[in-house]
Design a protein around this ligand. Sequence first.
Ligand SMILES: [Zn+2]
Length: 261
Amino acid sequence: MPFQNKNGLRFYQFDIFSETVINAVFTRDGGVSPAPWNSLNLSISVGDDPAHVTENRTRAFDALGRNLASLHDAHLVHGVDIIYADTPRPANQPIQKADILFTDNPEVSLFMRYADCVPLLFHDPKQNVIGLAHAGWMGTVKGVAEVAIKAMLEKYNCKPEDIVAGIGPSISIDHYEVGEDVASQFREKYADDAEKVLQNHDGKTYLDLWRANVIQLQKSGVEHIQVSGLCTACHLGDWFSHRAEKGKTGRFGVLMALKKA
Ligand SMILES: [Zn+2]
């Protein structure tokens, strides 16, 4: 069962990762925020009461047996910058701009927030390193998945064939119409593969962010990939969707950590 229940929270868990990895994609269930952030909104930058967000974050971390003080997160900016989180983020340290986080320290919980953009989760069981990334269309066209894998090879001496990757709940091609400005950037980036990531129906163009990220991972040599196949815009009871809720919504969280030995 990919969905787990704990303390009134409900979360999706990838089963491709080994037992040494804690991972959860939290649904909206079990939080304290009112509409339109109902109820487990994990972002303070969408207008919700920060006290609600703090309570929601505490519940999320508690559900996985993690202390909120272990958190290391980032201010997501649709780029490809990386934070190597060797320690939890000190509470007095300003949140840094980045869209890729890595750690090999079991004391650190990687944490990011989403509403349609693609969560990318990484683990190398041999080098015992985990990573989390944020891939909207802008990050994807900048190659965020490729950049993340390259960093795992260079920084942690990983081999691509050892890396395990998960692609989390996010907007599916069926609900992701894009304009020509976006489509043209994907045609340029994907060249011969562009027809695999862009589809035309009735004069409209649709973008497949799942496929686009899978292609980047495969071209980087990653063989073990699990796609959740869950569309945020289709399942508003489970997920926040920026597009389907016209910007008035919250953010769901993804938490990833290494179990302590
Ligand atoms: Zn959908």
